[in-house]
Design a protein around this ligand. Structure first.
Ligand code: KIV
Ligand code: ZN
Length: 527
């Protein structure tokens, strides 16, 4: 057994539901989301500060990028939080997961295989016997490498209960102490799921150290309801993501699960370790970094979650909050004082604010960069809000890799009868390079000028512009994805000028193309 396998696991009290966050793995599988190592480490640090019990940082065998993210998160997360990597029941996956978790204080391998006949026949092309054989090989191997192993039966809710019980027993015999019952396609109904979970728990009849977990998807909008129904049936770990981010309709939303458990302790009889007063701050950070806006009516973390517009409600709330509120805004951090900075604020003021907002992993260089961007923003915009600063850190600091090659230093454009002429200057390893181009609009002309300055011919895949706040003097955020020789990369740019925001997003995407090309040992223009 390796040293890693001997580390102590954390004891789990019977009346506490463990919060397993999979924002960085299943959440990131949502279409259009792509988080880099710095962004994932920042989110993981925040999740650990909020006392999430388990962070699933990625799927180590999926790509070198995922492996690097898990390594980064494993080293950064301190305290009681467990860090895990997903792995199929394959030796290569399990070894990659264990390697990626070497720096973790509390590592866990999360291995899975599908158990429904539908998946066995059409996806795995395996017999039930073969699935059992893989579980009997993979779980003990994982357990020989790390102290804690979770086993998930993908598509469990559509699996034959007797077979599922057999598979879970094999996993327990192999050393798994967490058995996860996913509703992979969000098909289950709460009452039915609760009965199903109970049948499985009774049927497996595992020793007391084994805890059951659920992982619900939101295809029918029932992920949270199904998860809470399973808690009532006896599960003590819930897998979820911040803001419910995830593939298709998403995953169960952590903020809703946690507040459901806390608010209805009278009914569910359990609690969570989570510091729920950090929920709003972490939700905003994830939304900014992932570029997924939070709808105003989103429970717990939406901007309207504690707003009362109707006079009759306001009257009731003023007389006694319990009339229309089942929880307090301060319990989820929704009433945190709004802090603002202006053009006379110094670097220390900004650093203080960033720490209050929960950005603890920023280096001094990143704070310098944030401060330079903040000063430029103060010149362009009269009132700089907390939201502006959060957007600035997400887009201008954390989404820009230290390995970036090009940065915009000057942009000018003019409309002529032939079209728009743009001139750009980029800094490249300390040297300025300039080029101009004509286009049918300013964004098109400026991006062509960038292509000509760098000497790269990329293809635009997606493009989107959005305001970062509802005010008229807001900043515009551009997100685009481009491709070059089969490499796809996305980029983000922020500015009070949407043309500049778009050019910055384009340059960010080109920088990411270079980074991805280097990881695949592909040279572009000799670099
Ligand atoms: O949805 C699912 O079944 C999963 C498993 C890999 C846990 O994400
Ligand atoms: Zn899932």
């Amino acid at each position: 057994m390796s040293d890693l396998a001997n580390n102590k696991t954390v004891k789990k009290p019977a009346d506490v539901v463990q919060i397993f966050d999979t924002t960085l793995r299943d959440g990131e599988q949502a279409a259009g989301i792509n988080l880099n190592v710095q962004e994932k480490v920042e989110i993981a640090t925040q999740l650990a500060r909020m006392r999430v019990d388990v962070i699933e940082a990625g799927f180590a065998a999926a790509s070198p990028g995922d492996f690097a993210c898990i390594e980064g998160v494993a080293k950064a997360v301190e305290g009681l939080t467990t860090v895990t990597s997903l792995a199929r029941t394959l030796e290569t996956d399990i070894r990659a997961a264990a390697d990626s978790l070497k720096g973790a204080q509390h590592p866990r391998i999360h291995t899975f295989i599908a158990t429904s006949d539908l998946h066995l026949e059409y996806k795995l092309k395996m017999t039930r016997e073969k699935v059992l054989e893989q579980v009997r090989m993979a779980v003990p191997l994982a357990r020989s490498l790390v102290p804690e192993v979770e086993f998930s039966a993908e598509d469990a809710s559509r699996s034959n209960p007797d077979f599922l019980i057999q598979v879970f027993r094999a996993a327990v015999e192999g050393g798994a102490t967490i058995l996860n019952i996913p509703d992979t396609v969000g098909y289950a109904m709460p009452e039915e799921f609760s009965r199903f979970v109970k049948t499985i728990i009774d049927g497996v009849n595992a020793p007391p150290e084994v805890i059951y977990s659920v992982h619900a998807h939101n295809d029918l909008g029932l992920a949270v309801a199904n998860s809470l129904a399973a808690v009532k049936a006896g599960v003590r770990q819930v897998e979820c993501t911040m803001n419910g981010m995830g593939e298709r309709g998403g995953n169960a939303a952590m903020e809703e699960i946690a507040m459901g458990i806390k608010t209805r302790r009278d009914y569910l009889g359990v609690t969570v370790n989570l510091d729920t007063t950090r929920l709003v701050a972490v939700s905003r950070q994830v939304s900014n970094l992932a570029g997924l806006p939070i709808p105003p009516n989103k429970p717990i973390v939406g901007s309207n979650a504690f707003a009362h517009e109707a006079g009759i409600h306001q009257h009731g709330v003023l007389a006694n909050r319990a009339t229309y509120e089942v929880m307090r805004a301060e319990d989820v951090g929704a009433e945190a004082a709004v802090m603002v900075l202006g053009k006379h604020s110094g670097r220390n003021g900004l650093k203080d604010l960033l720490i209050k907002l929960g950005y603890h992993t920023l280096t001094e260089e990143q704070i310098d960069r944030a401060f330079a961007c903040f000063k430029r923003l103060c010149d362009a915009k009269k009132d700089v809000s907390q939201g502006d600063i959060e957007a600035l850190v997400a887009v201008e600091v954390l989404s820009v890799s230290p390995e970036s090659r090009y940065e915009l230093t000057r942009l000018e454009y003019e409309t002529h009868s032939v079209g728009v002429v743009a001139l750009v200057t980029l800094s490249h390893h300390g040297q300025d390079i300039s080029a101009s181009a004509i286009g049918n609009g300013p964004i098109n002309a400026a991006c062509r000028a960038v292509q000509s300055a760098i000497g790269i011919d990329t293809r635009l895949e997606t493009f989107g512009l959005a305001a970062t706040s509802p005010e008229t003097s807001t900043q515009g955020e551009c997100r685009m994805s481009i491709s070059y020789k089969g490499i796809n990369a996305s980029g983000r740019g922020l500015s009070t000028d949407v043309v500049e925001a778009s050019v910055k997003a384009f340059i960010n995407a080109v920088n990411n193309i270079y980074i991805l090309a280097a990881a695949r040992e592909i040279k572009i223009n000799g670099e």
